[in-house]
Write a protein that binds this ligand. Structure first.
Ligand code: BGC
Length: 390
Protein backbone atom coordinates (compact mmCIF):
# COMPACT_ATOMS: atom_id res chain seq x y z
CA UNK A 1 0.00 0.00 0.00
CA UNK A 2 1.50 3.32 -0.96
CA UNK A 3 1.71 6.14 1.49
CA UNK A 4 -0.91 8.24 -0.32
CA UNK A 5 -3.52 5.42 -0.10
CA UNK A 6 -2.78 4.77 3.59
CA UNK A 7 -3.23 8.47 4.41
CA UNK A 8 -6.51 8.47 2.49
CA UNK A 9 -7.88 5.47 4.37
CA UNK A 10 -6.80 6.99 7.67
CA UNK A 11 -8.55 10.26 6.75
CA UNK A 12 -11.80 8.45 5.94
CA UNK A 13 -11.62 6.51 9.22
CA UNK A 14 -10.96 9.68 11.18
CA UNK A 15 -13.80 11.54 9.53
CA UNK A 16 -16.19 8.68 10.28
CA UNK A 17 -15.01 8.57 13.85
CA UNK A 18 -15.55 12.30 14.24
CA UNK A 19 -18.96 12.06 12.63
CA UNK A 20 -20.00 9.23 14.94
CA UNK A 21 -18.78 11.17 17.99
CA UNK A 22 -20.38 14.35 16.79
CA UNK A 23 -23.74 12.77 16.10
CA UNK A 24 -23.59 10.87 19.44
CA UNK A 25 -22.90 14.06 21.27
CA UNK A 26 -25.64 15.78 19.36
CA UNK A 27 -28.17 13.11 20.12
CA UNK A 28 -27.30 13.13 23.84
CA UNK A 29 -27.65 16.89 23.90
CA UNK A 30 -30.92 16.63 22.06
CA UNK A 31 -32.19 14.11 24.58
CA UNK A 32 -31.28 16.40 27.47
CA UNK A 33 -32.83 19.30 25.66
CA UNK A 34 -36.16 17.63 25.28
CA UNK A 35 -36.45 15.60 28.43
CA UNK A 36 -34.35 16.78 31.35
CA UNK A 37 -36.08 20.06 32.27
CA UNK A 38 -39.39 21.62 31.38
CA UNK A 39 -41.52 24.71 31.82
CA UNK A 40 -45.28 24.66 31.69
CA UNK A 41 -47.31 27.83 31.35
CA UNK A 42 -50.82 28.13 32.83
CA UNK A 43 -53.37 30.85 33.25
CA UNK A 44 -53.41 31.69 36.97
CA UNK A 45 -56.12 34.33 37.34
CA UNK A 46 -57.04 37.96 36.91
CA UNK A 47 -56.11 40.78 39.25
CA UNK A 48 -58.77 43.04 40.75
CA UNK A 49 -58.06 45.50 37.95
CA UNK A 50 -58.59 42.77 35.37
CA UNK A 51 -54.97 42.00 34.38
CA UNK A 52 -54.09 38.45 33.41
CA UNK A 53 -51.60 36.57 35.55
CA UNK A 54 -49.78 33.45 34.41
CA UNK A 55 -48.04 30.69 36.30
CA UNK A 56 -44.87 28.98 35.08
CA UNK A 57 -44.00 25.59 36.51
CA UNK A 58 -40.35 24.67 36.07
CA UNK A 59 -39.33 21.05 36.60
CA UNK A 60 -35.97 19.34 36.63
CA UNK A 61 -35.09 15.70 35.99
CA UNK A 62 -34.71 14.85 39.68
CA UNK A 63 -38.24 15.89 40.60
CA UNK A 64 -37.83 19.44 41.90
CA UNK A 65 -40.50 21.82 40.73
CA UNK A 66 -40.72 25.59 41.19
CA UNK A 67 -43.91 27.50 40.37
CA UNK A 68 -43.73 31.22 39.74
CA UNK A 69 -46.50 33.67 38.91
CA UNK A 70 -46.13 36.87 36.91
CA UNK A 71 -47.80 38.82 39.74
CA UNK A 72 -44.89 39.90 41.98
CA UNK A 73 -42.61 37.21 40.48
CA UNK A 74 -43.91 35.15 43.40
CA UNK A 75 -42.70 31.60 44.02
CA UNK A 76 -46.01 29.97 44.92
CA UNK A 77 -44.62 26.49 45.47
CA UNK A 78 -41.22 24.82 45.49
CA UNK A 79 -40.65 21.15 46.10
CA UNK A 80 -37.50 19.65 47.61
CA UNK A 81 -36.69 16.04 48.41
CA UNK A 82 -36.53 14.61 51.92
CA UNK A 83 -34.22 11.78 52.97
CA UNK A 84 -36.71 9.24 51.56
CA UNK A 85 -36.43 10.98 48.21
CA UNK A 86 -39.93 12.41 48.44
CA UNK A 87 -40.37 15.86 46.91
CA UNK A 88 -42.67 18.08 48.97
CA UNK A 89 -43.60 21.75 48.99
CA UNK A 90 -41.35 23.66 51.39
CA UNK A 91 -42.49 27.27 50.90
CA UNK A 92 -45.36 29.22 52.42
CA UNK A 93 -47.92 30.78 50.13
CA UNK A 94 -51.54 30.71 49.02
CA UNK A 95 -53.49 28.75 46.46
CA UNK A 96 -55.11 31.69 44.67
CA UNK A 97 -54.29 35.14 43.35
CA UNK A 98 -56.97 36.83 45.41
CA UNK A 99 -55.15 35.96 48.65
CA UNK A 100 -51.81 37.20 47.29
CA UNK A 101 -53.45 40.45 46.27
CA UNK A 102 -55.35 41.09 49.44
CA UNK A 103 -53.19 40.07 52.39
CA UNK A 104 -49.76 38.68 51.71
CA UNK A 105 -46.81 39.35 54.03
CA UNK A 106 -44.65 39.21 50.87
CA UNK A 107 -44.91 35.39 50.61
CA UNK A 108 -42.40 34.24 47.96
CA UNK A 109 -42.23 37.65 46.25
CA UNK A 110 -39.61 39.67 44.48
CA UNK A 111 -38.91 42.80 46.49
CA UNK A 112 -37.96 46.22 45.15
CA UNK A 113 -37.12 48.91 44.41
CA UNK A 114 -35.71 48.85 47.93
CA UNK A 115 -35.87 45.65 49.98
CA UNK A 116 -36.18 46.28 53.74
CA UNK A 117 -36.71 49.57 55.57
CA UNK A 118 -35.83 53.20 54.87
CA UNK A 119 -36.15 55.35 57.98
CA UNK A 120 -38.98 57.90 57.92
CA UNK A 121 -39.48 57.07 54.22
CA UNK A 122 -36.99 59.60 52.97
CA UNK A 123 -33.44 59.96 51.73
CA UNK A 124 -31.19 62.48 50.04
CA UNK A 125 -29.49 61.67 46.74
CA UNK A 126 -27.13 64.11 44.98
CA UNK A 127 -28.42 66.89 47.22
CA UNK A 128 -32.12 66.31 46.51
CA UNK A 129 -34.55 64.88 49.07
CA UNK A 130 -36.94 62.12 47.98
CA UNK A 131 -40.08 61.21 49.93
CA UNK A 132 -41.40 57.64 49.86
CA UNK A 133 -44.52 56.00 51.32
CA UNK A 134 -44.53 55.28 55.01
CA UNK A 135 -46.16 51.88 54.75
CA UNK A 136 -44.63 50.41 57.93
CA UNK A 137 -45.28 52.62 60.92
CA UNK A 138 -43.12 55.71 60.43
CA UNK A 139 -40.91 53.92 57.86
CA UNK A 140 -40.86 52.74 54.27
CA UNK A 141 -40.76 48.95 53.75
CA UNK A 142 -40.10 46.73 50.72
CA UNK A 143 -40.66 49.34 48.02
CA UNK A 144 -43.83 50.96 49.35
CA UNK A 145 -47.57 50.52 48.91
CA UNK A 146 -47.16 48.94 45.48
CA UNK A 147 -43.69 47.49 45.41
CA UNK A 148 -42.30 44.99 42.88
CA UNK A 149 -44.16 42.25 44.78
CA UNK A 150 -47.49 43.67 43.56
CA UNK A 151 -46.76 44.46 39.91
CA UNK A 152 -47.12 42.27 36.85
CA UNK A 153 -43.86 41.18 35.28
CA UNK A 154 -43.33 40.36 31.62
CA UNK A 155 -42.16 36.74 31.33
CA UNK A 156 -40.09 34.70 28.91
CA UNK A 157 -39.23 31.01 29.22
CA UNK A 158 -35.70 29.92 28.33
CA UNK A 159 -34.90 26.24 28.00
CA UNK A 160 -31.27 25.20 27.64
CA UNK A 161 -29.66 21.74 27.69
CA UNK A 162 -30.09 21.19 31.40
CA UNK A 163 -31.56 24.39 32.79
CA UNK A 164 -35.00 25.92 32.75
CA UNK A 165 -35.16 29.67 33.25
CA UNK A 166 -37.88 32.21 33.61
CA UNK A 167 -36.84 35.73 32.69
CA UNK A 168 -39.00 38.41 34.28
CA UNK A 169 -38.91 42.07 33.28
CA UNK A 170 -40.42 45.19 34.75
CA UNK A 171 -40.06 48.89 34.04
CA UNK A 172 -40.43 50.95 37.19
CA UNK A 173 -41.25 54.45 36.01
CA UNK A 174 -39.54 57.63 37.17
CA UNK A 175 -41.35 58.74 40.34
CA UNK A 176 -43.02 55.37 41.00
CA UNK A 177 -43.50 55.07 44.77
CA UNK A 178 -41.40 58.24 45.04
CA UNK A 179 -38.14 56.80 43.62
CA UNK A 180 -36.22 58.74 40.97
CA UNK A 181 -35.34 57.39 37.52
CA UNK A 182 -36.87 54.94 35.06
CA UNK A 183 -35.53 51.63 36.30
CA UNK A 184 -35.42 48.66 33.92
CA UNK A 185 -35.34 45.48 35.99
CA UNK A 186 -34.63 41.93 34.89
CA UNK A 187 -34.80 38.93 37.22
CA UNK A 188 -33.95 35.45 35.98
CA UNK A 189 -34.91 32.35 37.93
CA UNK A 190 -32.91 29.31 36.76
CA UNK A 191 -33.53 25.74 37.86
CA UNK A 192 -30.89 23.12 37.11
CA UNK A 193 -30.60 19.36 37.47
CA UNK A 194 -28.69 19.61 40.76
CA UNK A 195 -31.73 20.91 42.70
CA UNK A 196 -30.38 24.46 42.62
CA UNK A 197 -32.37 27.58 41.89
CA UNK A 198 -30.37 30.66 40.90
CA UNK A 199 -31.87 34.14 41.07
CA UNK A 200 -30.04 36.70 38.95
CA UNK A 201 -30.98 40.35 39.22
CA UNK A 202 -30.04 43.11 36.81
CA UNK A 203 -31.14 46.75 36.53
CA UNK A 204 -30.26 50.02 34.85
CA UNK A 205 -31.56 53.54 35.18
CA UNK A 206 -31.76 56.79 33.22
CA UNK A 207 -31.15 58.91 36.35
CA UNK A 208 -29.34 58.28 39.66
CA UNK A 209 -31.48 56.18 41.99
CA UNK A 210 -31.26 53.58 44.76
CA UNK A 211 -31.74 49.84 44.30
CA UNK A 212 -31.80 46.87 46.66
CA UNK A 213 -33.55 43.82 45.24
CA UNK A 214 -34.27 40.58 47.03
CA UNK A 215 -36.46 37.48 47.18
CA UNK A 216 -38.90 36.99 50.07
CA UNK A 217 -39.61 33.27 50.23
CA UNK A 218 -40.74 31.87 53.59
CA UNK A 219 -39.31 28.36 54.00
CA UNK A 220 -40.40 25.51 56.22
CA UNK A 221 -38.11 22.60 55.40
CA UNK A 222 -40.22 20.07 57.30
CA UNK A 223 -42.73 20.19 54.45
CA UNK A 224 -45.51 20.40 57.05
CA UNK A 225 -46.81 23.92 57.61
CA UNK A 226 -48.31 22.99 60.99
CA UNK A 227 -44.77 22.75 62.37
CA UNK A 228 -42.91 25.82 63.51
CA UNK A 229 -39.32 26.36 62.33
CA UNK A 230 -37.65 26.54 65.76
CA UNK A 231 -35.96 23.12 65.34
CA UNK A 232 -34.33 24.11 62.06
CA UNK A 233 -30.55 24.50 62.43
CA UNK A 234 -29.25 27.73 60.96
CA UNK A 235 -25.73 28.72 60.08
CA UNK A 236 -24.84 32.23 58.84
CA UNK A 237 -21.43 33.10 57.46
CA UNK A 238 -21.22 36.31 59.51
CA UNK A 239 -19.24 37.58 62.48
CA UNK A 240 -21.42 40.69 62.96
CA UNK A 241 -25.01 41.89 62.72
CA UNK A 242 -26.84 45.22 62.72
CA UNK A 243 -28.65 46.10 65.97
CA UNK A 244 -31.98 47.89 65.40
CA UNK A 245 -34.32 50.26 67.26
CA UNK A 246 -37.91 49.34 68.13
CA UNK A 247 -39.02 50.23 64.56
CA UNK A 248 -36.40 47.83 63.16
CA UNK A 249 -34.15 50.58 61.79
CA UNK A 250 -30.40 49.87 62.21
CA UNK A 251 -28.78 52.06 64.85
CA UNK A 252 -25.63 52.30 62.70
CA UNK A 253 -23.61 50.05 65.00
CA UNK A 254 -22.02 46.92 63.55
CA UNK A 255 -21.94 44.50 66.47
CA UNK A 256 -19.98 41.25 66.84
CA UNK A 257 -22.23 38.17 67.20
CA UNK A 258 -19.82 36.33 69.53
CA UNK A 259 -21.41 35.57 72.92
CA UNK A 260 -24.82 36.87 71.81
CA UNK A 261 -28.01 35.03 70.69
CA UNK A 262 -27.11 36.30 67.21
CA UNK A 263 -24.18 33.94 66.85
CA UNK A 264 -25.04 31.51 64.05
CA UNK A 265 -21.45 31.16 62.89
CA UNK A 266 -21.90 27.46 63.70
CA UNK A 267 -25.16 25.52 63.09
CA UNK A 268 -27.62 26.31 65.89
CA UNK A 269 -31.34 25.68 66.27
CA UNK A 270 -33.35 28.83 65.54
CA UNK A 271 -35.26 28.30 68.80
CA UNK A 272 -32.16 27.79 70.97
CA UNK A 273 -31.77 31.43 72.07
CA UNK A 274 -34.92 33.02 70.65
CA UNK A 275 -36.56 33.48 74.05
CA UNK A 276 -33.49 35.09 75.66
CA UNK A 277 -33.98 38.31 77.57
CA UNK A 278 -32.04 40.26 74.99
CA UNK A 279 -32.96 43.80 74.00
CA UNK A 280 -32.29 43.10 70.32
CA UNK A 281 -34.54 40.04 70.35
CA UNK A 282 -37.21 42.19 72.02
CA UNK A 283 -36.87 44.94 69.42
CA UNK A 284 -37.17 42.39 66.61
CA UNK A 285 -39.91 40.34 68.35
CA UNK A 286 -37.51 37.50 67.65
CA UNK A 287 -34.94 37.49 64.85
CA UNK A 288 -35.60 40.20 62.28
CA UNK A 289 -32.12 41.56 61.65
CA UNK A 290 -29.52 41.94 58.98
CA UNK A 291 -26.27 39.98 59.34
CA UNK A 292 -23.10 41.53 57.97
CA UNK A 293 -21.79 38.71 55.85
CA UNK A 294 -18.14 37.64 55.80
CA UNK A 295 -15.91 37.50 52.71
CA UNK A 296 -17.49 40.54 51.08
CA UNK A 297 -14.45 40.87 48.83
CA UNK A 298 -15.59 37.69 47.02
CA UNK A 299 -17.98 38.01 44.09
CA UNK A 300 -20.01 35.03 45.19
CA UNK A 301 -19.73 32.78 48.24
CA UNK A 302 -21.53 30.61 50.79
CA UNK A 303 -23.69 32.81 53.05
CA UNK A 304 -26.07 30.59 55.01
CA UNK A 305 -27.46 27.09 55.48
CA UNK A 306 -30.48 25.55 57.17
CA UNK A 307 -30.90 21.91 58.13
CA UNK A 308 -34.11 20.20 59.25
CA UNK A 309 -33.26 16.92 60.90
CA UNK A 310 -36.52 14.96 60.59
CA UNK A 311 -36.83 15.43 56.85
CA UNK A 312 -33.06 15.50 56.34
CA UNK A 313 -33.42 18.57 54.10
CA UNK A 314 -30.45 20.88 53.82
CA UNK A 315 -30.70 24.29 52.18
CA UNK A 316 -27.48 26.15 51.35
CA UNK A 317 -27.49 29.73 50.13
CA UNK A 318 -24.77 31.45 48.11
CA UNK A 319 -24.79 35.13 47.20
CA UNK A 320 -22.94 38.17 45.96
CA UNK A 321 -24.73 40.43 48.48
CA UNK A 322 -23.07 41.96 51.58
CA UNK A 323 -25.98 41.22 53.96
CA UNK A 324 -28.74 38.78 54.78
CA UNK A 325 -31.97 39.55 56.63
CA UNK A 326 -32.95 36.61 58.79
CA UNK A 327 -36.61 36.92 59.76
CA UNK A 328 -38.06 34.19 61.97
CA UNK A 329 -41.72 34.67 60.98
CA UNK A 330 -42.55 36.72 64.09
CA UNK A 331 -45.56 38.43 62.55
CA UNK A 332 -47.28 35.19 61.49
CA UNK A 333 -50.16 34.98 63.93
CA UNK A 334 -52.51 32.23 62.81
CA UNK A 335 -54.76 34.45 60.71
CA UNK A 336 -53.46 33.69 57.20
CA UNK A 337 -54.70 30.52 55.45
CA UNK A 338 -52.28 27.84 54.24
CA UNK A 339 -52.48 26.29 50.77
CA UNK A 340 -54.38 23.28 52.08
CA UNK A 341 -56.18 23.59 55.40
CA UNK A 342 -55.56 25.56 58.56
CA UNK A 343 -53.62 28.75 59.10
CA UNK A 344 -49.96 29.76 59.25
CA UNK A 345 -49.17 29.87 62.94
CA UNK A 346 -46.51 31.87 64.76
CA UNK A 347 -43.04 31.16 63.34
CA UNK A 348 -44.10 28.50 60.82
CA UNK A 349 -41.78 30.02 58.22
CA UNK A 350 -38.45 31.83 58.06
CA UNK A 351 -36.95 34.14 55.45
CA UNK A 352 -33.32 34.56 54.49
CA UNK A 353 -33.23 37.62 52.26
CA UNK A 354 -29.88 38.37 50.66
CA UNK A 355 -29.53 42.12 50.25
CA UNK A 356 -27.74 45.36 51.09
CA UNK A 357 -28.24 46.66 54.61
CA UNK A 358 -31.53 48.26 55.68
CA UNK A 359 -31.68 52.07 55.58
CA UNK A 360 -28.42 52.27 53.62
CA UNK A 361 -29.42 55.52 51.86
CA UNK A 362 -29.35 57.24 55.28
CA UNK A 363 -26.32 55.44 56.70
CA UNK A 364 -23.06 56.72 55.21
CA UNK A 365 -21.05 53.83 56.73
CA UNK A 366 -23.03 51.12 54.95
CA UNK A 367 -22.14 49.88 51.44
CA UNK A 368 -23.75 52.16 48.86
CA UNK A 369 -27.03 51.30 47.14
CA UNK A 370 -26.80 54.11 44.61
CA UNK A 371 -27.17 53.25 40.93
CA UNK A 372 -26.02 55.88 38.46
CA UNK A 373 -26.91 56.41 34.83
CA UNK A 374 -24.71 54.12 32.73
CA UNK A 375 -24.13 51.61 35.53
CA UNK A 376 -25.53 48.10 35.69
CA UNK A 377 -26.90 46.78 38.95
CA UNK A 378 -26.18 43.10 39.17
CA UNK A 379 -26.71 40.64 42.00
CA UNK A 380 -26.93 36.88 42.29
CA UNK A 381 -28.22 34.39 44.86
CA UNK A 382 -28.37 30.61 44.62
CA UNK A 383 -30.46 28.20 46.70
CA UNK A 384 -29.13 24.62 46.78
CA UNK A 385 -31.12 21.72 48.19
CA UNK A 386 -29.81 18.33 49.26
CA UNK A 387 -30.30 15.91 52.13
CA UNK A 388 -28.02 14.73 54.87
CA UNK A 389 -28.30 12.34 57.79
CA UNK A 390 -27.17 14.45 60.73
C1 BGC B 1 -39.01 42.11 57.45
C2 BGC B 1 -40.03 41.93 58.54
C3 BGC B 1 -41.39 41.98 57.94
C4 BGC B 1 -41.47 40.92 56.88
C5 BGC B 1 -42.80 40.87 56.20
C6 BGC B 1 -39.20 41.05 56.43
O1 BGC B 1 -38.32 41.23 55.38
O2 BGC B 1 -37.72 42.09 57.95
O3 BGC B 1 -39.91 42.91 59.52
O4 BGC B 1 -42.37 41.80 58.89
O5 BGC B 1 -40.49 41.14 55.92
O6 BGC B 1 -43.24 42.09 55.90
Amino acid sequence: MNIFKTTNILMVLLTNLLLVNFSCKKSIEKKQFTSSVSIQKKFYGKTKDNKEVFQFIMKNKLGMSVSIITYGGIITSWTAKNKKNKYEDIVLGYNCLEEYESRSPYFGALIGRYGNRIAKGKFVLDGKEYILDRNNGPNHLHGGLKGFDKVIWGAKEIIKDSTASLELRYLSKDGEEGYPGNLQVKVIYTLNNRDELAVNYEANTDKATIVNLTQHTYFNLSGNFDNDILDHELKINADSFLPVDTDLIPTGEIRKVKNTPFDFSFPKKIGFDIKNEDLQLKNGKGYDHCWVLNEQEKDFRFVASVFEEKSGRLLEIFSSEPGIQFYSGNFLDGTLPTKTKGNYKFRTGFCLETQHYPDSPNQPNFPSVKLDLGEIYSSKTLFRFSTKKN
